[in-house]
Design a binder for this molecule. Structure first.
Ligand code: KIV
Ligand code: ZN
Length: 385
């Protein structure tokens, strides 16, 4: 079983979902939960994009110690310097540089020749390596790039010091067979490829992001990038919980594993749904509300006799437990504390006391305090100075 690295970009590509705007505190809460989930790398944001994102990335880099923290940058000195200021106190500062390699992007967006693109990528990777011990370079729109050109630029970028090469399907256009072939071609053609990690990054425009990611792994990718709940630009990114659970459930077929603590999945998914406002569709694979519910009589009968008749994933595997504690007027401090930690939020004793008082006040007006009410209280309490 070879272990695949999980690179979570919920806080960067995920935050690029239309309408999502996370503040520093919200990003920090999500980062702590991603660390508990066990992601290997987390992309905390794009420091040069705004002062707010810079502050959030810096706070995450200073706080998170169990997961490598990275930030995105264009291939420009200003972006790299800004990212360094945000990331320099991280346990293992990592930079994610990207530059487009497809004809359409080079001609219309970058207005650069392929030779200029190679020069820019090589010089900025080597500039970044003067500061960062780990530099990932992404060939944006790789899946619509010429493979021969990709092989040339990758070889040179590795010589310039890149430690991870990522080949994104930026517009969600590829298919599993085609994307897998591209990874195999790069593995077989680029002479120095074994010096780096090879990463996949898929978007879901045609609904194939998870299948494409797994095809990349089967053809030599050692890192999978994606987001929790599959949020992200347009139709979103590959859903990491789906990739990880597919590898676990079909371990008979796939000789790859991830280091994710799958029983933290539900908590992570709920926290992200609440803080981003992007609710998970009921029939979503692995984590949707209906994923463990059975409606048809024949199915119900089967499940009562043996769950495996219709359930291939157990709710426990992904941390779905029946929440039997009703939070209302008569609830005590213990039930409250348990629920807060189930939601994935850590509070100091003082803050917990304050939150409990707010909760009690709310029960004067509301019969049942829901998770949404609790999240509102918890975020309010954390914002107070
Ligand atoms: O989809 C993409 O190409 C990206 C890059 C910035 C890696 O998100
Ligand atoms: Zn992307």
């Amino acid at each position: 079983m070879s272990q695949i690295k999980i690179f979570d970009t919920t806080l960067r590509d995920g935050e690029q979902s239309p309408g999502v705007n996370l503040n520093k505190l919200e990003k920090l809460e999500i980062a702590k939960q991603l660390e508990r989930l066990g992601v290997d790398r987390m992309e905390a944001g794009f420091p040069a994009s705004s002062q707010g994102d810079f502050e959030a990335v810096k706070a995450i880099a200073e706080t998170i110690k169990g997961t490598s923290v990275t930030g995105l940058a264009r291939t420009a000195k200003g972006d790299i310097d800004t990212a360094w200021e945000a990331l320099k106190y991280a346990e293992e500062p990592r930079l994610h540089l990207f530059l487009a390699t497809s004809p359409i992007h080079m001609t219309y967006k970058l207005k650069k020749t392929p030779e200029q693109v190679i020069d820019n990528a090589v010089s900025m990777v080597s500039y970044a390596r003067e500061k960062f011990p780990q530099v990932e370079w992404s060939a944006e729109d790789a899946s619509r790039s010429d493979w021969n050109f990709l092989a040339q630029i990758i070889e040179q970028v590795i010589d310039a010091g890149a430690t991870v090469i990522n080949l994104p399907d930026t517009v969600g256009y590829t298919t599993p067979a085609e994307y897998g072939d591209m990874f195999r071609y790069i593995r077989e053609t680029v002479p120095n490829i074994d010096r780096v990690e090879l990463s996949c990054h898929c978007h879901n425009d045609l609904g194939m992001a998870v299948a494409n990611s797994i095809a990349a792994v089967e053809n030599g990718a050692t890192q999978v990038e994606g987001t929790i709940n599959g949020i992200g630009e347009r139709a979103g990114n590959a859903s990491l919980e789906e990739v990880a659970v597919a590898l676990r459930v079909r371990a008979d077929h796939y000789p790859y594993s991830t280091g994710l603590k799958l029983d933290e999945t539900k908590r992570t998914s709920d926290l992200i749904a609440k803080l981003t406002g992007m609710y998970v569709q009921a029939n979503k694979a692995v984590i949707g509300r209906n994923a463990f519910q059975h409606e048809a009589g024949i199915h119900q009968d089967g499940v009562l006799k043996n769950k495996e008749t219709y359930e291939i994933i157990t709710p426990e595997m992904v941390g779905v437990t029946a929440n039997t504690l009703f939070l209302g007027k008569h609830s005590g401090r213990h039930a409250f504390k348990d629920r807060v930690s189930e939601l994935g939020v850590e509070l100091s004793e003082d803050k917990l006391k304050e939150a409990f008082e707010m909760f009690k006040e709310l029960t004067d007006h509301k019969r049942e305090v829901t998770d949404d009410d609790l999240y509102t209280i918890l975020m309010e309490i954390q914002t107070e100075t």
